[in-house]
Design a protein around this ligand. Structure first.
Ligand code: DP6
Length: 398
C-alpha cells in the first residue's frame, strides 16, 4: 500500500476465468448462491485482465467509481454489497484489537475506485468476473485483510469467486442459507498442466442481448432441463472433470467441456421464451471442431461458449499451430482488418489438402474478428509501484 500525504492507494490485477462446468441458475438471488457447483480455468493475465486501483483519503467527499474511463454508478447494489462486506471485515479486525491494524487506513474514509480491462467488456468474456475479483482483492490489500475472500467476490458476480484463484478452480455450491460454504477452491495451480492452451475466437465484441443474471433467472423459472442438469448431471460431471484435470487427461477434459457447453445452451433453448447466445458463426465453429477432431481420430480441440457467441477453444500446445491455421483458412480475415492473432505467438504452418477437404465447409470471410491466444494463468496480483496506479495524486483518473 502506497501512502501519499492524505491518500492510501493500492493497484491490483485479476484474471478472467472460463467455465468448463457451467454455472447457470441461482437458488438465492440476493446472496448469489448457485443451484450447482461449477469449475473453471483461469486465463493468463498477460492477455486478459482487469486492473483496479482503490484509494482512500480523508479528503474524499463520497465513494466514486470509474470503469474503463467513465464514471459509473457507485450505488449499484452488488457493488455496495462488496464494499459493505469488505468494510465489515476490516472493522471486525480492528475491533478484535489486532495491532497491525494501525498500519492500514481507517474504514470510515471514502473510497475512489478506478478499473480498466485490456479486452472488450461484456462480450461474453467474463469481464464482470475479473472486475469483481479485482475490486475485492484490491480492497482487501488496502485494508490488510487476508483469508477467504471468494465469498465476497461471489456477491459481486457469481463467477467472480472463481477468478480469486489461478489454475483450475471449483466453486463449491454449498448448502448453508448464509452462503458461507459457497466458496471457490483451487483444484490445481497454473503450473499443473503447462501444455494446455486457450484460444478465444472473437465472433462479436458487442454487448450480449440477454445478460447472464436475467437469463439465468428465466431459466430457473421455466426450464425443467436446467433442474435435471443441476441435480443429476452436474454432480457426476464435477467428479469426472476434476479427475480429468488431475490426470491431465485431455480427451476426457475436452469431451466433458464440449458436452457442458452444449447442455448449457440447450437449457437456454429450453428456457421460455428461449435465449439464443450462439449465432451462425458459433455453430460453424462447433462443426469445424468436430470435423477436425474426427479427421485426426482423436479429440485435439474442445470448444466452450458462455453467454455470447464467442468461442473459447482448449487445446494442447502441439496442436495450436495447425488449428489456428484451420481457423484462418475457414474464416479468412478481412484485409486491413487489423491484427488477426493477438496474444501468445503462433507459428504459421501449411495445411494438408486432405485435412482441408475432410472439413468440407465453405469459408466465411471475416466470420471471426480476431483470435486471442493465451494459456492458464495465476490468480489476482498486487501491482507494486506508482506507475501502475490508475488514479493520480488528486485521487482522480490519470
Ligand atoms: C455462462 O457470473 O455473470 O459465464 O452471478 O448473475 O453475475 P451473475 O452471473 P455470471 O454468470 C456466468 C455464467 C456463465 C457460466 C460460468 O461462468 O460458469
Amino acid at each position: 500500500m502506497a501512502e501519499d500525504r492524505n491518500m492510501a492507494v493500492v493497484t491490483c490485477s485479476a484474471p478472467v476465468n472460463i467455465a468448463v462446468i457451467k454455472y447457470w441458475g441461482k437458488r438465492d438471488e440476493e446472496a448469489i448462491l448457485p443451484i450447482n457447483s461449477s469449475l473453471s480455468v483461469t486465463l493468463h493475465q498477460d492477455q486478459l485482465k482487469t486492473t483496479t486501483t482503490v484509494a482512500v483519503s480523508r479528503d474524499f467527499k463520497e465513494d466514486r467509481i470509474w470503469l474503463n474511463g467513465t464514471e459509473d454508478n457507485i450505488t449499484h447494489p452488488r457493488l455496495q454489497t462488496c464494499l459493505r462486506e469488505i468494510r465489515r471485515l476490516a472493522r471486525k479486525r480492528r475491533n478484535s484489537g489486532d495491532e497491525n491494524c494501525n498500519t492500514f487506513p481507517t474504514v470510515s474514509y471514502k473510497v475512489h475506485i478506478c478499473s480498466a480491462n485490456n479486452f472488450p467488456t461484456a462480450a461474453g468474456l467474463a469481464s464482470s468476473a475479473a472486475g469483481y475479483a479485482c475490486l475485492v482483492y484490491a480492497l482487501a490489500k488496502l485494508y490488510g485483510l487476508e483469508g477467504e475472500l471468494s465469498e465476497i467476490a461471489r456477491q459481486g458476480s457469481g463467477s467472480a469467486c472463481r477468478s480469486m484463484y489461478g489454475g483450475f478452480v471449483q466453486w463449491v455450491m454449498g448448502e448453508k442459507t448464509d452462503g458461507s460454504d459457497s466458496i471457490a477452491q483451487q483444484i490445481k495451480p497454473e503450473s499443473h498442466w503447462p501444455e494446455l492452451r486457450v484460444l478465444i475466437l472473437v465472433v462479436s465484441a458487442e454487448r450480449k442481448p440477454v445478460g447472464s443474471t436475467t437469463g439465468m433467472q428465466t431459466s430457473v423459472k421455466t426450464s425443467p432441463l436446467l433442474k435435471h442438469r443441476a441435480e443429476k448431471i452436474v454432480p457426476e460431471r464435477m467428479k469426472e472433470m476434476t479427475e480429468a484435470i488431475q490426470c491431465r487427461d485431455f480427451e476426457s477434459f475436452a469431451q466433458i467441456t464440449m458436452k457442458e457447453s452444449n447442455q448449457f445452451h440447450a437449457t437456454c433453448l429450453d428456457t421460455f421464451p428461449p435465449i439464443f447466445y450462439l449465432n451462425d458463426i458459433s455453430r460453424r465453429i462447433i462443426n469445424l471442431v468436430h470435423k477436425y477432431n474426427s479427421h485426426h481420430g482423436e479429440t485435439r480441440v474442445a470448444y466452450t461458449f458462455d453467454a455470447g457467441p464467442n468461442a473459447v477453444i482448449y487445446t494442447l500446445h502441439h496442436h495450436v499451430e495447425e488449428f489456428v491455421e484451420v481457423v484462418k483458412h475457414f474464416f479468412p480475415p478481412e484485409e486491413n482488418g487489423g491484427q488477426f492473432l493477438k496474444g501468445l505467438p503462433v507459428k504459421s504452418v501449411s495445411l494438408s489438402e486432405q485435412l482441408k477437404s475432410s472439413i468440407q465447409t465453405d469459408p466465411v470471410k471475416a466470420g471471426i474478428q480476431y483470435i486471442i491466444s493465451t494459456k492458464v494463468g495465476p490468480g489476482p496480483q498486487l501491482m507494486e509501484g506508482p506507475n501502475h496506479h490508475l488514479l493520480g495524486k488528486d485521487g482522480l483518473p490519470k
